[in-house]
Design a protein around this ligand. Structure first.
Ligand SMILES: Nc1ncnc2c1ncn2[C@@H]1O[C@H](COP(=O)(O)OP(=O)(O)O)[C@@H](O)[C@H]1O
Ligand SMILES: [Mg+2]
Length: 477
């Protein structure tokens, strides 16, 4: 250590800064004018300063040396050539307490500017770190556990990397800062770190939500105060685990169970509904005949309405049955061009009613797929119908296709210029009975999804504020 070790040429000021953050020793970087331009985490830890206490302040804040940095540098060089023992300086910590420690200085040029790198060695301390301190170091750097430690004044003296990520903040900018400063503008009850823990408020396995600017987290939290041997509170800590992923997994299982149950109920009741309907329908048709023969026009109209309504119940029940136990899929090679030639007239006739344009861009270009003719028709009609219903009075329904990036699937893309699907319902649209329409059944998309899954495909939705595209992905030949 008697020789200052030399770095290679460091290209830019940014490089110098990154370099000092990787060092295990406390380092501060100052410019020629003697003002501090960078400090690393170790320095903050050893000295108790927050980064802002030091940046752009004179080096004298921490090194009360009566002279310029150049003089200090030359003095160190001179002493090092004279003796083998390291040069020592006096430094001052956050609380004004002065200590001496071995120091090393280095001059570095970056982008035409000279910088002084000043290394403060805390050899004694580092070597004697006990197991407990090493565990804390591990916890803070190398695990997914979130940890914050407060001192008695509610200054954050320790923060693990995972914890900082959750705050959406850089560790360097949190260490040794007061919680009021870190959470400035956030009311006490919404803060991730609370001062009340210092007063003895304890948390044990408490689930909480926390959102930073970009993400929402679910956490399981433990917090408690820490006492010294006389029982005086000297600080507090909070430990937490991010369980966001676990939760969404749980919700998925719950949802699948719910769907399976709906399926069972549907299968059990659908047939029971359909059989009596068949006989009611039969008798109504007889009535219709007699009413029209005997010129009972009013009765005839009522009967017609009843028949229409029965047909509605019938198609609802069919969707129900399909959802619970689709009829055996008839696999065959299907030419999607033929499928669309057959369904376009149906889609167009509905579109015309609403003054909507239908653009079919893939005429004659669609590949062959393995699937079930009738079921595929049902899927495309359903999704086109949703698009038309979403647009209301005018708009364009566009049907095109593309080959998926992975190359093994083709996608039919059905795009509408409707209002789009709000983010908060997009997860639910495939749930049976989920509908936002007064006359809706909420079965259309759940049936589509079941059919496409059974065919080895997948349905994706993209909706960005305006307009919606359903991508129906299918393996193709
Ligand atoms: N193209 C679309 N644009 C906007 N919302 C849509 C679109 N397609 C489906 N949705 C939403 O999804 C819900 C469920 O659709 P679906 O399962 O077909 O049932 P239904 O059409 O009977 O409501 C609709 O009520 C609607 O809120
Ligand atoms: Mg629908």
């Amino acid at each position: 250590m008697s020789q200052p070790f030399l770095l290679g040429h460091v290209g830019s000021a940014g490089h110098v800064q990154r370099f000092v953050h990787q060092l295990p020793t406390a380092v501060l970087v100052a410019n020629q004018a003697g003002s501090i331009v960078e400090v690393n985490e170790q320095l903050l830890r050893v000295t108790g300063y927050a980064r802002e206490h030091l940046l752009r302040h004179p080096v004298q804040v921490i090194l009360p040396y009566n002279g310029s940095l150049k003089q200090l540098y030359e003095e160190i060089l001179e002493k090092e050539t004279e003796s083998d023992s390291p040069f020592e300086v006096t430094w001052r910590d956050m609380h004004g307490v002065e200590r001496t420690t071995a120091v090393m200085m280095q001059v570095q040029q970056a982008e035409e500017t000279m910088y002084y790198l000043i290394y403060l060695f805390q050899l004694g301390q580092e070597r004697n770190a006990g197991l407990a301190e090493r565990i804390v170091a591990k916890l803070t750097h190398d695990t997914s556990v979130g940890l914050f430690v407060l001192d008695a004044d509610a200054t954050i003296v320790e923060a693990s990397h995972s914890a900082c990520k959750l705050l959406g903040a850089d560790r360097l900018n949190i260490l040794n800062k007061h919680v009021d400063e870190v959470f400035a503008g956030i009311p006490e009850q919404h803060r991730l770190i609370k001062k009340e823990w210092l007063d003895g408020v304890k948390l044990h396995n408490v689930p909480i939500f926390w959102s930073n600017d970009s993400q929402r987290y679910e956490l399981i939290v433990d917090a408690n105060s820490i006492q010294d041997e006389s029982g005086k509170t000297v600080g507090a800590f909070v430990l937490f685990k991010d369980i966001t992923n676990l939760r969404s997994f749980e919700q998925k299982i719950e949802r699948n169970e719910r769907l399976a149950m709906i399926g069972q109920i549907a299968a059990g009741t659908a047939h029971e509904i359909r059989n009596p309907l068949t006989s009611i329908k039969g008798f109504l048709q007889m009535f219709l005949q007699s009413f029209s023969e005997s010129g009972m026009d009013r009765e005839k109209t009522y009967t017609e309405i009843m028949l229409t309504e029965i047909n509605r119940i019938n198609s609802l029940v069919s969707e129900f049955l399909l959802l619970s136990k689709p009829r055996d899929v008839q696999y065959s090679i299907v030419d999607l061009n033929v499928v669309f030639e057959e369904i376009l007239p149906i889609v167009e006739s509905q579109a015309i009613l609403y003054g909507i344009d239908v653009k079919f861009l893939s005429r004659g270009n669609l590949p062959l797929v393995v699937g079930d003719n009738e079921l595929l028709k049902q899927v495309f009609i359903n999704i086109c119908k949703n698009g038309i219903e979403a647009m209301g009075e005018q708009g364009t329904l566009q049907i095109s296709h593309h080959i998926d990036q992975d190359g093994d699937k083709m996608s039919i893309d059905i795009h509408d210029t409707g209002p789009g699907i709000p983010l908060y319902i997009i997860d639910k649209i495939f749930d049976p009975f989920f509908t936002t329409k007064e006359e809706g059944t909420g079965l259309g998309l759940s049936v589509c999804q079941k059919i496409i899954h059974d065919l080895g495909g997948q349905i994706r939705v993209s909706s960005k504020g305006y307009g919606t595209t359903f991508h129906i992905l299918l393996p193709y030949l």
